[in-house]
Design a protein around this ligand. Structure first.
Ligand code: HEM
Length: 422
């Protein structure tokens, strides 16, 4: 009979038990220091909070080139202490996205999102999310229960991004279907390449919108995106605008939907906390920050050393791949007291790195915070109690909870809940 590998020898990217639950793995390797050379791969895993910041803030020596696929092969041999020019000269995948760009190219791509993240646009979007969430919640509460992640959270966050971008109402259902059918990023149980496909389909829609708005400007958000200029005043290639818009779905959909699942599961398991939030909705914000710290939906982001450098005392050669384990940094005992304990109201809680840090800090963090808070608020408003459906997940003490087998996303595959309406 085959015996399981000790935790230290498990592979972060492929070992099913680690994909499903990374926390034990991270703690085992943390015992070997905050910067750990993985066995069997040319990869360093960073579990320390200070060290994670060091990597994320050092954009000179660490490139985002291999995001979001940390295992993509290098198209050249590493023969010097500085591969930055080679990284710049070679595309990192079949579809490069903002999250993999460096330097000025990255700043330029990110600037295309500026029209979306202005207060007036976010305010209008918040009105949409409140009304949409209220409708969805009323419907599922009236039914007495539902599967929350796929039935509520995913369509909700998809529609919020579609509204933010000004996707025409007639196309929104099609978007929802495309996204519903896609597996989460980094999911190791789906065949190669399958996860990129929905983005390609959506790119087709956006290419049409942008071309139409450039030919015939209208008074809408999509026109603002279509007409946006780079910081140097030049006009972006239409495809770059398409990719920026599309990337919002890739970056903001599973992440937010899974955060909703993680948050709700916690509230179901702690009825006293649920009731406290129901009675004082101002607690929702601090509660969510602690969920982001203890069980944020992005486990890790990835970098490659563009130059020979260091993380803490550890020498890092050029070409070394780095897993920045955000969820481990968020539980580093050198930064957080009793890190595994869930405590609402920790001082400086927003310093957690669930949204990354530095040049690539999550552009959608304010939106993510708002949409998850709004949905929780509506759920608490229309219920007296929300509980786990024990017919699906088993009784307390013997729960069956399925997580996505992803090396990027920490989130439930499904969450069946029961509602006691008001
Ligand atoms: C709970 C929800 C979310 C989490 C945990 C999350 C997490 C992250 C993280 C960790 C990064 C940094 C990646 C890196 O350093 O390489 C990131 C980047 C990004 N996120 Fe989010 N995200 C969430 C929701 C959203 C939403 C709702 C949107 C937009 C609608 C969004 C848009 C982006 C974009 C555009 C980037 C790339 C920024 C860049 O490369 O400059 N995210 N996100």
């Amino acid at each position: 009979m085959a015996t399981a590998a000790p935790t230290i020898e498990k592979d972060y990217f492929t070992d099913h038990s680690v994909l499903l639950d990374p926390y034990d793995y991270f703690e085992t390797i943390r015992a070997h220091g905050p910067v750990y050379q993985m066995q069997g791969r040319d990869v360093i895993v960073v579990t320390g909070f200070a060290e994670a910041l060091e990597v994320l803030l050092n954009k000179r020596d660490f490139s985002s080139w291999l995001n979001p696929d940390p295992l993509v092969p290098l198209p050249f041999a590493v023969e010097s202490d500085d591969i930055s020019a080679l990284l710049d000269a070679n595309p990192s995948g079949q579809m490069e996205l903002m999250v993999s760009y460096d330097g000025d190219k990255h700043l330029a791509a990110r600037s295309l999102l500026n029209p979306l993240f202005v207060p007036s646009r976010l305010k209008a979007n918040e009105a949409f999310m409140r009304a949409y969430a209220d409708d969805m919640v009323r419907e599922v509460v009236a039914a007495g229960g539902c599967e929350l992640v796929n039935r509520v959270a995913t369509p909700f966050v998809t529609m919020v991004i579609a509204d933010l971008l000004g996707v025409p109402a007639d196309d929104r259902e099609a978007f929802r279907r495309i996204i519903d059918e896609a597996p989460p990023p980094g999911n190791m149980d789906t065949p190669d390449g399958q996860s990129i496909h929905p983005l390609m389909v959506m790119a087709g829609y956006f290419a049409r919108y942008i071309a139409e708005r450039r030919a015939q400007p209208q008074d809408d958000v999509m026109t603002e995106m279509a007409m946006a200029r780079y910081p140097d005043g030049s006009t972006p290639d239409a495809m770059e605008v398409v990719k920026s818009a599309m990337f919002l779905f890739a970056a903001g959909q599973d992440t937010s939907a899974k955060l909703i699942g993680n948050a709700l599961r916690r509230l179901c398991e702690d009825q006293a906390m649920q009731q406290a939030l129901r009675e004082d909705r101002k607690l929702i914000g601090p509660f969510l920050e602690e969920v982001l710290r203890v069980e944020g939906s992005t486990k890790a982001t990835f970098r490659i050393a563009a130059r020979a450098t260091k993380i803490g005392d550890t020498d890092v050669p050029a070409g070394k791949r780095v897993v920045v384990a955000l969820s481990a940094a968020n539980r580093d005992p050198r930064r957080w007291d009793d890190p595994d304990e869930f405590r609402i109201g920790r001082p400086k809680i927003k310093e957690h790195v669930a949204f990354g840090r530095g040049a690539h800090t999550c552009a959608g963090a304010p939106l993510a915070r708002a949409e998850v808070a709004v949905l929780l608020d509506r759920l608490l408003e229309h219920t007296r109690a929300i509980t786990l459906d024990e017919a699906q997940h088993g009784p307390a003490g013997a729960r069956t909870i399925a997580y996505e087998p992803s090396y990027i996303i920490r989130g439930l595959a499904n969450l069946h809940v029961r509602f006691e309406g008001v």
